[in-house]
Design a protein around this ligand. Structure first.
Ligand code: FEO
Ligand code: CA
Ligand code: CA
Ligand code: CA
Length: 600
């Protein structure tokens, strides 16, 4: 049989076509229904969403903006219940021009007409949502009176600072002279669910929120330059002094962490796990190593930044949840150095070792984790093409690293894991821990696919030859491994979709055997959206995806639209399609019409 026919036996759906229009598309034979939208109630007493009369108080009780990571925890705790569970949702950032009437398109100094009230709505629209879900009669619904339902926000939720940086002088502020409690979490991109049923939120582009002037004499000059703080990009520092690096010089050290939430105690303070380092965390999907230690792989999403790994010191106890609750406070953080011979070395970021000493400004492990990027620079980590999601595959003892793109890599600066310059479409690198040992010092690695359109040889794209003209993708971002060990990849091309002419989407990607590198499209987003967070239930019967920022990126190039998309004049009104509703980031739930396993 042909390779294509063989592929169709394992990826049994009719492929969605590339293209772009105002709505979403899923493979025939599947339903893709809206589960929850920005502004929808999270609690029984949440006020109804009124886009013309928004308030921070209402937003604190409503589903936040720009849903990104989705985690699913079956109920009761410890079960894999595919019909009843908690959905854990990150709300990464806000699009002021799409959220609020009269704001319009940003200039490079942010949104001139933002007010304190609007900024407070933005703070409340950030963070996360934990919400109970139930499937009855084949249909999913949110349970607004669920006992674990919770909104976590950027402006209100108290968080504990835990691990080596807790209480360090560089974490102290006027509001928190002890350096142990931070208000809020920001720019939560991807994340993870731990085996003990907690939710990890990864803080990514925290620099966006900070303003002020970084002078050489600023105590955090080296650190903040390396992170792009202040970006002076939004209106927040005008109304909240803690986001002004001159008024509050340490506040930006309190963001850029992985946050752990005990979803089974809705009153608990989430904990910023500083042992996992401070950088622009894309995600944090953990795996338990064969010896019981917990391993978390993490990308730092910026051009030429690094791939990290954390290995816990303690071991996971399957029967003792309290014993696991602080596992992420001690362990070893390492950064990856790739070699041309196909090997990879994990370089530990440990105070006192190698260059990580007082002469270089590292007086303790707190300094190492606060300035993890600078520490990694000194160790000689390999600069990568924007490491996004990293997902271990427990069925195959592999780890997949999404490298989304890097327009700034030049042709003379390529290497084998980052083989193109400029790199517009990204690539996926597969890591192999030796004998499945995720704590090993050395791994091997291979390219799984080089993204882009393989029809054009100058693109340098590499897929299995059976991949159709609809199966290739650009800019891999999030990914997951389903209950059959198959990899699924969602994309975020940003405005690059206008060059490919294709909206973002979800692709099944073969990683093993003769069909390795075969890719097939399953779901497509509405115009201007990216697709985040594919998440399957344990029986592969339900797939949750998050459609982020519909109607934004690159819409000014959409034939027939050709102008900036705004609240008043959006490129799409997905998913409501009513004149009184702007487009709304939403979670979509996908099921097979015959109730069977997805993708088979
Ligand atoms: Fe928030 Fe790297 O995407
Ligand atoms: Ca995003
Ligand atoms: Ca992302
Ligand atoms: Ca991205």
């Amino acid at each position: 049989i042909s390779a294509r026919a063989a592929a169709d036996r394992r990826y049994l759906w009719e492929e969605v076509s590339h293209g772009v229009d105002e709505t979403h598309h899923v493979a025939p034979g599947y339903s893709a229904e809206i589960l929850i939208r920005w502004g929808d109630p999270v609690f029984a007493d949440s006020p109804p969403f009124d886009p013309m009369n928004q308030s921070a108080a209402a937003q604190r009780k409503q589903f936040g903006y720009n849903n990104d990571y989705l985690g699913y925890i079956g109920l009761p705790l410890g079960s894999d219940n595919p019909d009843h569970g908690l959905l854990c949702v990150n709300h990464e950032y806000t699009n002021e021009e799409m959220m609020f009437p009269g704001i319009g398109r940003q200039d490079n100094k942010g949104f001139a007409d933002m007010t304190e009230e609007l900024v407070d709505i933005e703070l409340a629209a950030h963070g996360g949502t934990v919400i109970e879900l139930k499937r009855e009669g084949g249909r999913w619904r949110v349970v607004t009176d669920g006992q674990y339902n919770r909104r976590i926000t950027g402006g209100d939720t108290e968080m504990e600072i835990a691990g080596p940086a807790a209480g360090h002088y560089r974490m102290k502020t006027s509001a928190d002279p002890a350096g142990v409690v931070c208000i809020g979490t920001l720019n939560n991109c991807a994340g993870g669910i731990t085996p003990w049923g907690t939710y990890l939120m990864a803080e990514e582009n925290f620099h966006h929120y900070f303003g002020g002037i970084l002078k050489n004499g600023h105590p955090e000059a080296r650190n903040y330059r390396r992170c792009g703080v202040p970006s002076d990009w939004c209106a927040w520092p005008k109304f909240h002094k803690r986001f002004d690096i001159n008024a509050e010089p340490n506040e930006a050290n309190r963001f850029g962490w992985v946050v752990e939430v005990d979803v089974f105690d809705p009153n608990s303070r989430p904990k910023k796990r500083t042992a996992l380092g401070r950088f622009k965390h894309e995600g944090a999907e953990p795996i338990v190593n064969s010896d019981g230690r917990v391993v978390v792989y993490m990308g730092d999403d910026q051009r030429f930044d690094y791939l990290y790994r954390f290995v816990s010191e303690g071991r996971y106890s399957p029967d003792d949840r309290p014993a696991n609750m602080d596992l992420l406070d001690s362990g070893t953080l390492s950064v990856a150095r790739f070699y041309e011979d196909g090997s990879l070395e994990w370089l530990p970021l440990v105070h006192g070792e190698g260059p990580l000493t007082a002469e270089n400004g590292f007086y303790s492990q707190a300094d190492v984790v606060i300035e993890a990027r600078t520490a990694a620079d000194m160790l000689g980590a390999t600069p990568m093409d924007r490491p996004e999601d990293v997902e271990p595959n427990p069925w195959a003892d592999k780890v997949y690293v999404m490298l989304t793109n890097n327009s700034a890599r030049t042709a003379d600066a390529v290497d084998s894991p980052n083989p193109r310059g400029p790199n517009h479409f990204g690539q996926i690198v597969e890591l192999s821990p030796p004998e499945g040992n995720h704590t090993a010092e050395r791994f091997t690695w291979e390219l799984l696919v080089v993204a882009g359109n393989p029809k054009y040889s100058e693109s340098g794209a590499m897929y299995h030859e059976a991949t159709s003209e609809n199966g290739w993708f650009g800019s891999p971002d999030n990914c997951c491994v389903d209950a059959r060990g198959r990899l699924w990849v969602s994309t975020d091309q940003g405005p690059n979709w206008m060059k490919t002419g294709n909206a973002d989407g979800l692709f099944g990607l073969e990683t093993e055997g003769d069909l390795r590198g075969y890719s097939k499209m399953f779901f497509r987003t509405p115009i201007g959206a990216e697709l985040c967070s594919p998440r399957f239930t344990a029986d592969n019967g339900t797939l949750f995806v998050a459609v982020q920022h519909p109607g934004t990126d690159g819409t000014e190039h959409f034939p027939g639209f050709e102008r900036n998309s705004t609240f008043e004049d959006p490129a799409t009104r997905w998913p409501d399609f009513t004149e009184d509703m702007p487009p709304r980031p939403s979670v979509v739930v996908i099921q097979k019409n015959d109730g069977g396993e997805i993708g088979t």
